[in-house]
Design a protein around this ligand. Structure first.
Ligand SMILES: Nc1ncnc2c1ncn2[C@@H]1O[C@H](COP(=O)(O)OP(=O)(O)O)[C@@H](O)[C@H]1O
Ligand SMILES: [Mg+2]
Length: 286
């Protein structure tokens, strides 16, 4: 099991007039190689949850196990966690600070024990994996890259460590449609190659394409957890939580109301198109 979250609660500024409960009794597990999305209204505790899962906030109540190990246990080796868990917080490009892209991507490998040559190869691999031209960008200042390229460079820095698990907070925000598409393709490929991915996003279309399972957080509680097609199928519940579903799911619902037999657990365009074609051949009337 990649992650086991047990009865996790978190309160900011406990015992002060500014006390803010952020998470309450949240439990779930994520198996190796899953691609899980998290949705929830602003302020429902998504970022807090990711910070707790990454060990960036201590967990005063509840446990976080990663690969079966309690990351808050006294004596747990945090450097192991840094190697196995890649973390990409909101607007990761704001964390680029080295003088060249190459140095920035190599930053996390400083204490890896790898030789200079291995580091160079790893950096090249990571930069190419995110779709940047290694020979063009390696000596360039990260500040000279376009917005989408900066995001990719930041992701390359996380991938260079070759983590087994990756958690991302709103990775598609601010990207143009092509940048978003490329990022999703990359995440799907990494997941296919075995990486466990947990992605927080408001972007129902992106999650509908990439995630197979969806968690919904509502006011600090885990409100839903299931196959994304099943969670999106209950559009009323989603609306109650202040959330939309993917456009493809909406389209499937509209077509069904017009009498076309389209499955109602569709979440992506990739699923919608063949389903519509099959339904049309079946003689339903759109
Ligand atoms: N550093 C902080 N200090 C006090 N309250 C915070 C802090 N960070 C977040 N909160 C509060 O905790 C709740 C959950 O926030 P957050 O986890 O950022 O939600 P989300 O990522 O879903 O928008 C919100 O009410 C937010 O205002
Ligand atoms: Mg957040």
């Amino acid at each position: 099991m990649s992650f086991e979250i047990k009865s996790l609660s978190y309160v900011y500024q406990r015992g002060t007039p500014l006390e803010t409960p952020a998470l309450e009794n949240v439990s779930f597990s994520i198996g190796d190689g899953e691609f899980v999305g998290i949705m929830g209204h602003t302020g429902c505790g998504k970022s807090t949850l990711l910070h707790l899962m990454a060990g960036l906030l201590p967990a005063p109540a509840g446990t976080v196990l990663i690969d079966g190990e309690d990351i808050n246990r006294k004596g747990y080796d945090r450097s192991v966690l840094r190697r196995k868990l890649g973390v990409l917080f909101q607007f990761p490009e704001s964390q680029l600070f080295e003088s060249t892209v190459e140095k920035d991507v190599a930053f996390g490998l400083k204490h890896s024990g790898l030789s200079t040559k291995d580091i160079e190869q790893r950096v090249q691999w990571a930069i190419e994996t995110v779709g940047l031209d290694y020979s063009r960008v390696k000596g360039q200042s990260p500040l000279g890259l376009s917005g989408g390229e900066k995001r990719r460079a930041a992701i390359a820095g996380v991938l260079a460590v070759q983590p087994r698990h990756l958690i991302l907070d709103e990775p598609t925000v601010g990207l143009d449609p092509m940048g978003r598409e490329a990022l999703l393709e990359l995440l799907v490929k990494l997941n296919r190659d075995g990486m466990t991915i947990l992605m927080v996003s408001h972007d129902a279309d992106s999650l509908g394409e990439a995630a197979r399972r969806l968690l919904v957080l509502h006011q600090g509680h885990l409100a839903a957890d299931g196959p994304i097609g099943q969670v999106f199928a209950d559009m009323d519940a989603m609306a109650d939580w202040g959330l939309g579903v993917s456009q493809s799911r909406e389209a499937a619902g509209l077509l069904a109301r017009k009498g076309l037999e389209v499955p109602q657990d569709i979440t992506s365009y990739r699923q919608l198109l063949p389903a519509v074609l099959t339904a049309l051949k079946g003689g339903g009337s759109p």
